[in-house]
Design a protein around this ligand. Structure first.
Ligand code: GDP
Ligand code: IMO
Ligand code: MG
Length: 425
């Protein structure tokens, strides 16, 4: 398989975990390049469901090498839990999971800051973060006060943690939040460092050696294009670059070594947290999609907001990421809808627009312009080839791809590995 970046094209939860798991069969190395334990990637394999937050979703395939790249913000305590969860289900990470010495760490004090900061924001300004400390950890990285995984390997580590706890306590006090106990934090992180030490290496030579040897590298994005700190609905975004450009920055693999980009896109749209969402449906359709699609956050359990497919979002994702192939997921969720709408453009202040506005305030004023297609009212979850799809379902998929640009690579009609139709890839 050529070196591949896989990205989310909407507001996250497109089914990236499932597709990474499917593609891993043909890859040698899987690299997570951004985000942290705000991600929840669900993989259902051999009847067992696992939700991965930091470990690449390729870990379930024996012998594949998995890397947590430098662009990730890694919470050591969450990672230890995840390694234990995998071990308890028969998957050993040691010897095939590597964490970059350059990866920034999310500490308990970042989590405390994230929660205090959200609580202090007035209604209308809240972001609805996952509360995992992601924003404060990336802020520390950029302001050059962050601790990196390599710091866990040096004797000064306890003192570095103590310094940061004391500094953060001053910020927490300003937000009227409880201070943290520095001694307790230091103890917690010394223990965590002991457990994670065997996994931490300089992953740049590891990735390049694999590439030079002709191995295939799969770069796993978390979140989605519309949550990108630069390209998303700022400020209602996450603090990293989930888009394809972020994959090189977050892994150390050169852009010249990337062969293709796969965009995962749901056959409808969902969003968790605050921020504009033009096609959101507050009625029966939204309810049906939420129920049939089990649209609850894999990490936080929060209900996801649901609505029709938005081709303005898809076209924008195509532009920003350079999607070669689409992987369309969750078509089966729409099986019972008699009529289906597709947003093809927006109306903004009385004018038709085709491109994504840069401002979230403008997007919030956009009204979707819909075209309507008939529903297929047949079950698609047992379909194993495009030819078996009901004609109306096939027409819907073809229309979405036509509106989005690019080609269809994979169609997914259920959560399990088997419910996957390979089309162009
Ligand atoms: P991710 O964050 O992009 O990996 O997506 P999540 O795991 O958060 O959410 C996707 C959900 O949809 C998970 O519960 C998957 O098991 C499920 N899923 C993935 N693909 C399909 C599909 O084609 N059909 C259905 N019905 N469920 C799917
Ligand atoms: P996966 O990888 C969906 C959303 C949060 C919030 C915003 C900022 O599973 O697709 P953060 O905690 O990152 O500061 O929150 O981003 N968000 C996600 N929404 N899927 C995700 O990840 C998300 N990760 C963050 O709900 O709106
Ligand atoms: Mg998810």
């Amino acid at each position: 398989m050529p070196n591949t970046i896989l990205i989310g094209s909407q507001w996250g939860d497109e089914g990236k975990g499932k597709i990474i798991d499917v593609l891993t069969a043909q890859a040698d190395m899987i690299v997570r390049y951004q985000g942290g334990s705000n991600a929840g990637h669900t993989v259902i394999a051999e009847g067992e469901k696992r939700v991965l937050r930091l470990v690449p979703s390729g870990i379930l395939h024996e012998g594949k090498v998995c890397v947590i790249g430098n662009g990730v913000v890694m919470n050591p305590l969450d990672l230890i839990d995840e390694i234990e969860m995998l071990r308890s289900t028969g998957i050993e990470c040691q010897g095939r999971l590597y964490i970059s010495t350059r990866t920034q760490m999310v500490m308990l004090y970042h989590r405390a800051l994230d929660k205090a900061d959200e609580a202090a924001r007035p209604v209308g300004k809240k972001i609805g973060t996952t509360g995992r400390g992601i924003g404060p950890a990336y802020a520390a990285k950029v302001s050059r006060t962050g601790l990196r995984c390599g710091d866990m390997l040096i004797p000064e580590f306890p003192e570095l943690v103590r310094e940061q706890v004391l500094e953060t306590n001053a910020k927490l006090a300003q937000l009227n939040a409880e201070p943290l106990d520095a001694d307790e934090m230091v103890k917690t992180y010394i223990e965590a460092a002991e457990k994670l030490r065997p996994y931490i290496i300089d992953t740049i030579p590891l990735i390049h050696k694999a590439d030079r040897a002709g191995q295939s590298i799969l770069l796993e994005g978390a979140q989605g294009t519309m949550l990108d700190i630069d390209f998303g609905t700022y400020p209602f975004v996450t603090s990293s670059n989930p888009t394809s450009g972020g994959a090189c920055i977050g892994s150390g693999l050169s852009p010249r070594r990337i062969d293709r980009v796969i965009g995962v896109i749901k056959a409808y749209t969902t969003r968790v947290g605050e921020g504009p969402f033009p096609t959101e449906d507050f009625g029966e359709v939204g309810k049906t999609l939420a129920e049939r699609g089990h649209e609850f956050g894999a990490v936080t359990g929060r209900p996801r907001r649901c609505g029709w497919f938005d081709a303005v979002v898809a076209r924008y994702a195509q532009m920003v990421n350079g999607v070669d192939f689409w992987t369309m997921t969750k078509l089966d969720v729409m099986d019972t809808l008699p009529e289906i709408k597709i947003c093809v453009a927006y109306e903004l202040d009385g004018k038709r627009i085709e491109d994504m506005p840069a401002s979230a305030a403008e997007l919030a004023r956009c009204k979707p312009i819909y075209e309507t297609m008939p529903g297929w009212l047949e079950e698609t979850s047992n379909v194993t080839s495009m030819d078996q799809l009901p004609l109306k379902a096939k027409a819907y998929v073809e229309r979405l791809v036509e509106l989005s640009g690019g080609r269809l690579g994979i169609l997914s009609v259920g959560p399990a590995r088997e419910s996957t139709i390979r089309v162009g890839i």
